[in-house]
Design a binder for this molecule. Sequence first.
Ligand code: ADP
Length: 397
Amino acid sequence: MKILVLNAGSSSIKYSLFAMNDHRVLLNGILERIGETMALHRYRLLDAEPVTAEMPLTNHQQALQTLFSTLANSGAVRNGELACIGHRVVHGGELFKQPALITAEVITQIAGVIPLAPLHNPANLQGMKESMRLMGNVPQVAVFDTAFHQSLPDYAYRYPLPADLYTDHGVRRYGFHGTSHGYVAKRAAEFLGKPLPELNLITLHLGNGASATAIEAGRSVDTSMGMTPLEGLMMGTRCGDIDPALHFYLSRSLGLSLETIETLLNKDSGCKGVCGENDMRTIHEMADAGDQTAKLALLMYAYRLKKYIGAYFAVLGRVDALVFTGGIGENDSWLRRQCCEGLSGLGIIIDPTQNQAPAHPCAAIHTHTSTVKILVINTQEELEIAIQAEACLNATR
Ligand code: ADP
């Protein structure tokens, strides 16, 4: 069985084609700069050299046409071989606790959630609609970033705000990166040789966006992102937790508009705000060269992360493993050491040698005296979307 996973953004579409018998990636690629004068299509077939092609692509329909032609012309998918298309959807609100087979009704429901995710859901929907139009004969499944966190208890997901904002307008914490937190939790259970429902975990997804999740008996019970992906940890360009009253100051005293504040907090804050850079590798290079702003950004990032580890320890009471994942979580040994430092009282003791170069895709980096296991696990969000899409398809047959 072959499953295609699509992640449609406003000007790009990322995709991966999986062979579901052994979870191999047969083809993956990205269509970028859709809507600009010249778009870029970069892709790679299993065991082949990467291909880059420039072409004008006015909209998502043209981009997907190019993608489906590539699937057919490259021989990656022959007639009738594509069993399903899985779509990444950022926000499923409270409606979607599981992946959903895409129907006209599901599309309407996802559109209803747009006010909660105006920066993400419209592009996801556009990808879905065009894909249904072009490949309507193939079953398609929506997989939601928020679904894994639908198990949060109300005292964790509600904001201390007037109740009607929740009941009438859906203002609550939803959490994101659910496919990644769910995937690494499953891998951690396999690695530790225990059933997931018996495990308490703190999973740290640290990529360009970053979030921490407290997992109790295999279920998400708290997570750092909120109604939007802006809440929680300090990130590459997002501020994470800040005083909400800052908005009044930015508006009243500095005269910034709502749109400017939204961009400032989402795109110009976090590491980028503090040191001018958002790529963690560059920030380390700057810090190594003596740049004080880069050093401060690293210390702030690690400090804020450590506070969440402590908070989720308190939430869970017992923690079996701390799991690092995402580009930073998997590769940044300095950060892993820094945010675990001084936590031996909680039973978290990192092994400096194991931490230096953990084996791929899953490794333990704690000492034998550490009561909490510390794991580094390669996340595979696209594969998890394919796995969930396959399960949804089988359940609906
Ligand atoms: P996304 O959230 O877009 O999927 P990734 O999970 O790929 O992002 O993470 C991107 C981040 O990972 C970047 O900040 C990048 O600098 C960081 N990263 C990648 N490799 C390393 C490394 N060797 N050391 C430190 N940071 C790294």
